[in-house]
Design a binder for this molecule. Structure first.
Ligand SMILES: NC(=O)C1=CN([C@@H]2O[C@H](COP(=O)(O)OP(=O)(O)OC[C@H]3O[C@@H](n4cnc5c(N)ncnc54)[C@H](O)[C@@H]3O)[C@@H](O)[C@H]2O)C=CC1
Ligand SMILES: CC(=O)C(=O)O
Ligand SMILES: [Mg+2]
Length: 370
């Protein structure tokens, strides 16, 4: 199969869909890998790294889309990229279709087979192709929050770890899933006093068993959240109700009880955000203030550390990419229900229930296409 990887064109996106190591494995499996010239630069991979791995370099995205049987990317295809997709071609990337009717209609019209990273599942009920980026965003959250807490950046001028004689910052993490646990570990490692709230008792038991000495846990009721909110220097929003918009857990009215200059980092902004005042920001202009409370709400946080994120994402996507290339999408999905869960669009039909329900579009069961 010909596997094509174009340069990402979404603003401020420096990741790349195929690493040189993944390209090398695909070549060893007998596939041809076509990389757009410069696609890896933002993640620290040169064209020479790809040619050394056995890939071919093409000059333009158009050439890559024309030649490839499967396109492997990071972000959802932008409008110009969607025009280059064709019937029978496989698209393997993040899609996030539920809030994006334009993209959904374009992908249906393209006739392509579109598999979304974020809906591929695993045996434990997890999302193995979302998890690596949640790990990155979780670990970044205290880092960007600590920077925002600095006085010159609008924060209240509190050092995460304090110093001898002066106590540490108080960090509240709402949601103890993949983002939450990684955020809590890093914040605790910086010396902060960290509490994680979650609604899942099994998850709280796990967190307490493994991290009991590192951070505290609490059941996420409105009352307990308010207790912690008024003391917090930093609040990290990390909740997810799969497929749904994030619940709004902190209202603007509650800011009056908070410490002026406290920082909210809303990682859940992807799903609409869990603070009433959250709106998506970009790496170019990430921070804004509402009623004295600082907000950081960047929707593609992993793009800031493109090299780490590219390698982490590539480690997770590679086995699925190889299965699709080795077997074709139909056999690969027939043999792996978790990969089939990633199928969102095929040959002019929507194949993902939650997207159909969110956008009011007819959908078919993916099993019916096998
Ligand atoms: N902004 C960005 O760049 C990125 C954002 N994300 C987003 O971060 C969010 C979290 O993702 P993951 O940690 O992977 O999800 P996850 O499913 O691993 O964890 C979510 C946790 O939230 C908990 N939860 C649900 N309702 C709650 C409530 N009312 N109070 C407290 N906890 C509650 C769940 O029990 C679960 O443990 C998602 O919206 C994801 O899309 C992920 C990667 C990058
Ligand atoms: C998960 C996602 O959308 C991202 O990493 O950009
Ligand atoms: Mg995103």
């Amino acid at each position: 199969m010909k596997i094509g990887c174009p340069t990402e064109i979404k603003p401020q996106e420096f990741r790349v869909g195929v690493t040189p190591n993944a390209a090398q494995e695909a070549v060893q499996h007998g596939h041809e890998v076509l990389i757009q010239s410069g696609a890896g630069i933002g993640a620290g991979f040169s064209d020479e790294d790809y040619t050394a791995a056995g890939a071919k370099i093409l000059g333009t995205a158009k050439e890559v889309f024309e030649a490839a049987d499967m396109i492997v990317k990071v972000k959802e295809p932008q409008a110009g990229e969607r025009k280059m997709l064709r019937e029978g071609q496989i698209l393997f990337t993040y899609l996030h279709l539920a809030p994006d009717p334009d993209q959904t209609h374009d992908l249906i019209a393209s006739g392509a087979t579109c598999i979304a990273y974020e809906t591929v599942t695993d045996r434990t009920g997890g999302l193995p192709l979302l998890a690596p980026m949640s790990e990155v965003a979780g670990r970044l959250a205290p880092q960007v929050g600590a920077y925002t807490l600095q006085k010159a950046n609008g924060g209240r001028g509190v050092l995460m770890g304090g110093v001898p004689g002066v106590g540490p910052a108080k960090v509240l993490v709402i949601g103890g899933g993949v983002v939450g646990v990684h955020a809590a570990r890093i914040a605790a490692g910086m010396g902060a006093d960290v509490t994680v709230l979650d609604r899942s008792l099994p998850r709280l038991r796990y967190l307490d068993d493994v991290f009991g000495g590192t951070f505290s846990t609490g059941y996420s009721s409105a009352g307990l959240l308010q207790e912690h909110l008024v003391q917090a220097d930093m609040v990290i929003g990390a909740v997810l109700i799969p497929g749904a918009a994030a619940p709004k857990l902190v209202t603007r009215a509650q800011f009056a009880d908070m410490k002026p200059g406290a920082v909210l980092v809303d990682v859940a902004i992807d799903q609409g955000g869990c603070f009433e005042t959250s709106k998506a920001t970009t790496h170019a202009d990430p921070i804004y203030e509402v009623d004295g409370i600082m907000h950081y709400c960047v929707a593609n946080m992993p793009g800031a550390v493109a090299r780490t994120s590219t390698i982490a994402l590539g480690n997770a996507t590679m086995p699925f990419m190889l299965a699709l290339a080795d077997k074709g999408w139909r056999k690969a999905c027939a043999e792996d229900a978790h990969l089939l869960a990633g199928l969102n669009v095929h040959a002019g039909q929507l194949t993902y229930k939650a997207v159909g329900e969110a956008l009011g579009i007819d959908w078919v069961h993916p099993e019916s296409l096998l």
